[in-house]
Design a protein around this ligand. Structure first.
Ligand code: SF4
Length: 179
C-alpha cells in the first residue's frame, strides 16, 4: 500500500510516544501523512480521562504532530459494555471496547481523508496485541488496518527520559480493581 494517510489510535502518551516519534522522525514506508487520534470514552473517572488527554496533547504539541480528540461519553460506552462488567482484562469486554473505539476511528478516517488505521492499544504488557488486531480488523471495513509492530526499545527509552503522567490501570472502572 502506498500513499498511506494514517490515523494512529492512541490511549495515552506513554503508550504512543514511541510510535509518534517513529512516524514523525523516521517515517514508515508508504506513510505520507498521519494524525494521532484520542478517542477513549472507556476511561473512568473523568478526572483520569482529563489527565491522560492533557498529557497526550502536550506530547503531540511537543513533537509538532497533528492530533484530534473525539468526544467523551462514558455513559454510552458503559451501556455498550452491559453484561460484560465481570469479564477479566483481555476477555470479551475488552474485545468489545476495542471494537467500539476502532469503529469510531474508522468513521473519523473516512470523514477526514485518511485511508488507514494503526494503534498503540496493544503495547502495554497487560494487553493482547492479537486481540487488538482482531477487533480492529473486524470493524474497520474499507479503512485498512495496519498491525504495525512498534519499536519497543524506542518507547521504553522515551518513557525513561520523560516525566509522563502514568496510570496504573487500563482505563475503565472494571479494570481498577484488578490491578
Ligand atoms: S480493561 Fe481496558 S480495554 Fe478492557 S474494557 Fe476496560 S478500558 Fe477497555
Amino acid at each position: 500500500m502506498t500513499d498511506i494517510r494514517l490515523v494512529l489510535v492512541s490511549c495515552c502518551a506513554p503508550c504512543s510516544a514511541g510510535a509518534i516519534r517513529q512516524l514523525s522522525d523516521h517515517g514508515i514506508d508508504g506513510v505520507s501523512d498521519f494524525i494521532v487520534l484520542f478517542y477513549n470514552p472507556n476511561i473512568f473517572p473523568e478526572s483520569e480521562y482529563t489527565k491522560r488527554l492533557d498529557e497526550q496533547i502536550k506530547y503531540c504539541e511537543q513533537c509538532g504532530v497533528k492530533y484530534a480528540v473525539l468526544g467523551y461519553d462514558h455513559d454510552a460506552w458503559k451501556n455498550e459494555m452491559r453484561g460484560l462488567e465481570q469479564e477479566p482484562e483481555r476477555g470479551a469486554r475488552c474485545s468489545k471496547c476495542f471494537e467500539y473505539r476502532f469503529r469510531r476511528a474508522a468513521d473519523f478516517a473516512r470523514k477526514n481523508g485518511y485511508n488507514a488505521i494503526a494503534s498503540v492499544l496493544g503495547v502495554s504488557r497487560h494487553k493482547s496485541q492479537a486481540q487488538v488486531d482482531t477487533a480492529a480488523q473486524s470493524v474497520c471495513g474499507d479503512i485498512k488496518y495496519l498491525p504495525i509492530v512498534w519499536d519497543e526499545n524506542l518507547r521504553v527509552k522515551i518513557n525513561k527520559n520523560s516525566d509522563f503522567y502514568r496510570q496504573n490501570y487500563c482505563g475503565c472502572e472494571f479494570s481498577i480493581r484488578k490491578v
